[in-house]
Design a protein around this ligand. Structure first.
Ligand SMILES: Cc1cc2nc3c(=O)[nH]c(=O)nc-3n(C[C@H](O)[C@H](O)[C@H](O)COP(=O)(O)O)c2cc1C
Length: 481
C-alpha cells in the first residue's frame, strides 16, 4: 500500500548546499615531532606533516553503554607501538603527483582523494615509498597483499593504530568531549549524535542539527585532535589495513586483523555520514577493489622497524555473470522502493517478492520514525510474514529498501539473516531522502559476508521521470540486459 508522505519526507530530509571553510595549505605547513617525543628514525627523515604517535595501551571498541554502538565493537585491551601518522587525509595533489590520475568525485588539490579502492591505496603507498627512497611495505599479487612489517615505507594504519590515534587518550564516543557539531567536522550535519532518539524533542540534544555540506572540504579544515590529526571524524572515511572480522576479547599487541577475508575496514566516517557513524569505534566495510566518494586514506610510517610479515589472502566472492536467475526482494514503507522494484521487474521480467512483517510498522509517519530508530538501536530482527522456499534457485538477489536512519530497515536484516547467500550476488537498490546509501551497504555486507556485492543503485525518493533510465543504466553496469 502506498502512502502520501512525500511532502512530509521532503520537509524532514531536506538539505542545503553550502560553502566550506578553508585554512592553511597543508602542503606548506610542517610539524616535526618534538625532540622529547622523537624516536630513532634510523634511515629516513620524517616526511613533512607526519606526527609521532607515541604508542601505548587502550581499550579498543566501545563500552556496551555507548549509544548506537554495534555488536562488532567488543571492547578489548590493545597495545600499539610508536608510529608516524599524517596530520591530514591524503590530498588529491599528493595522489596525482605520484599516479598522474585523480579518481575523486569532488575535485580540488587540497581536498582529500576519494573514490580509490583499498588496492589502489596499497599500490600508491608502494610507489610513493619508491619515490622517496623508502622500502615498499606491500607485496601485491592480484587480490593478495602481504605486508612486510620491517619495511620503512608508507602504509595504511592498522585498525588498532587508527582507533588509538583517533581516540588520542579518550574513551568517549568521539575524541572531543562533546559530540561534534557541523562546525567541528564535515558530516551529514542535519544528523548529530543521538538525533534519532530525539527527533521530536530536539531540545534534549546536546548538539543541534547543522549544515550538510554534501562535499569534501580541504584536509586542514576544523581543529586537530589532541595528537595533532585533522578530520579523524568526518570528511572522508579512511581505509585501514585490516580485513573485517570479529575482535578477539583477549589482550593484543599490534593486532593486524584476520589473515584473510572478503571485506576491508574503513574508519572515521565521511561527509555523507550521520555522526553516529563517525564514532571512534565505528567499523565500516567495503570490498578491497571498490571505492566510494565518501572514502579516502591517511598514511602512516613505522617509527621503528617492526618484525615479520602479515599475509593477506583476499577471498573475492565470485559474482554471477548477469545471466543467472534473478529475484527482486524489497521492503517498502511508503511505496517509493516498491515503485523502483516494479520498474526493475518490468525491465527484467524477474521474480519479485515483498518483504513483509508479522507486526507491520505504523502507517503514521511520526510513529514509524520512532519505531524504526528503536528497532535499529536494539538491532531488532522483526519476524517476517512471508518466506522464499526456493532461494537456492536464484543466482542474483536484488535487495531493495528505503534508507532509514542511514542504514537498512531491520526487517531487511531479518531477511538477510534468514537465507544463505554464499555463491550469490547481491545487488542493493535504495530509495532515500538525500542520504544516498548512508551506511546501508556496510550493514548488508556484514549480514551477508559470503555474497558477492555488485554495483548498488540509489534513487532519490521515487526517482521521478529519470527512474527508467537510471534503472536500465544500473542493470547494464551489472551485466544484466
Ligand atoms: C523511519 C524513516 C527514516 C528515514 N531515514 C532516512 C535517512 O536517514 N536518510 C534519508 O536520506 N532518508 C531517510 N528517510 C526517507 C526515506 O528513505 C525515503 O522517503 C524513501 O523514499 C522511502 O521509501 P519507501 O517509500 O519505499 O518507504 C527515512 C524515512 C523514514 C520513514
Amino acid at each position: 500500500m502506498r502512502k502520501t508522505i512525500s511532502l512530509l519526507l521532503s520537509l524532514s530530509f531536506i538539505f542545503s548546499l553550502a560553502a566550506c571553510g578553508q585554512s592553511e595549505n597543508p602542503g606548506t605547513s610542517s610539524q616535526q615531532p618534538s625532540a622529547s617525543n622523537s624516536l630513532e628514525v634510523t634511515d629516513m627523515q620524517v616526511p613533512e606533516n607526519f606526527v609521532l604517535i607515541k604508542g601505548g595501551s587502550f581499550q579498543m571498541g566501545s563500552p556496551e553503554s555507548e549509544a548506537w554502538r554495534s555488536a562488532d565493537e567488543t571492547q578489548h585491551p590493545v597495545t600499539v607501538s610508536d608510529f608516524y601518522m599524517s596530520k591530514y587525509e591524503l590530498t588529491q595533489k599528493e595522489y596525482k603527483e605520484i599516479t598522474g590520475s585523480n579518481p575523486s568525485n569532488f575535485k580540488g588539490d587540497n581536498l582529500p582523494v576519494e573514490n580509490i579502492s583499498w588496492l589502489d591505496a596499497a599500490a600508491y603507498c608502494n610507489i610513493r615509498s619508491e619515490r622517496d627512497g623508502l622500502t615498499p611495505v606491500y607485496t601485491i599479487n592480484g587480490q593478495n597483499v602481504s605486508w612486510d612489517r620491517s619495511a620503512n615505507g608508507y602504509r595504511l594504519p592498522t585498525e588498532a593504530e587508527w582507533e588509538y590515534a583517533c581516540r588520542a587518550g579518550t574513551s568517549t564516543p568521539f575524541y572531543m568531549e562533546n559530540s561534534p557539531s557541523a562546525e567541528d567536522a564535515n558530516y551529514y550535519g542535519h544528523y548529530p549524535y543521538e538525533i534519532e532518539d530525539n527527533y521530536f524533542s530536539q531540545g534534549n540534544l546536546q548538539i543541534k542539527p547543522g549544515e550538510y555540506r554534501q562535499t569534501t572540504v580541504p584536509v586542514d579544515s576544523f581543529s586537530e585532535n589532541p595528537y595533532g590529526l585533522y578530520n579523524m571524524h568526518g570528511n572522508v572515511g579512511e581505509w585501514v589495513w585490516d580485513y573485517y572480522g570479529d575482535y578477539s576479547a583477549d589482550e593484543q599487541t599490534n593486532p593486524a586483523g584476520p589473515a584473510s577475508g572478503t571485506l576491508r575496514v574503513y574508519r572515521g566516517g565521511g561527509w555523507n555520514d550521520f555522526a553516529k557513524n563517525m564514532r571512534s569505534a565505528y567499523r565500516a566495510t567495503l570490498e578491497q577493489n571498490k571505492g566510494s566518494f565518501n572514502l579516502g586514506i591517511r598514511l602512516v610510517l613505522n617509527a621503528a622497524p617492526g618484525s615479520g610479515s602479515v599475509s593477506g589472502t583476499g577471498a573475492q566472492n565470485t559474482s554471477a555473470d548477469g545471466n543467472g536467475k534473478i529475484l527482486i526482494a524489497y521492503f517498502s514503507w511508503g511505496g517509493n522502493t516498491e515503485g523502483i522494484a516494479e520498474e526493475i521487474q518490468s525491465q527484467t521480467g524477474a521474480d519479485i517478492f515483498e518483504i513483509t512483517m508479522v507486526n507491520p510498522y505504523s502507517s503514521d509517519y511520526n510513529t514509524v520514525l520512532d519505531e524504526a530508530q528503536r528497532d535499529q538501536n536494539a538491532q531488532a530482527r522483526p519476524e517476517l510474514a512471508n518466506h522464499i522456499d526456493n532461494m537456492d534457485e536464484y543466482d542474483i538477489v536484488m535487495i531493495g529498501y528505503p534508507n532509514w536512519w542511514a542504514s537498512i530497515p531491520m526487517p531487511v536484516a531479518s531477511f538477510l539473516e534468514e537465507y544463505d547467500f554464499s555463491g550469490k550476488t547481491i545487488l542493493p537498490f535504495c530509495s532515500h531522502g538525500g542520504g544516498r546509501f548512508g551506511q546501508s551497504l556496510t550493514a548488508i555486507a556484514k549480514l551477508a559476508p559470503n555474497a558477492a556485492m555488485g554495483e548498488a543503485l540509489s534513487i532519490h525518493y521515487s526517482g521521478g521521470s529519470e527512474l527508467s533510465g537510471d534503472v536500465s543504466e544500473w542493470l547494464n553496469s551489472n551485466g544484466i540486459q
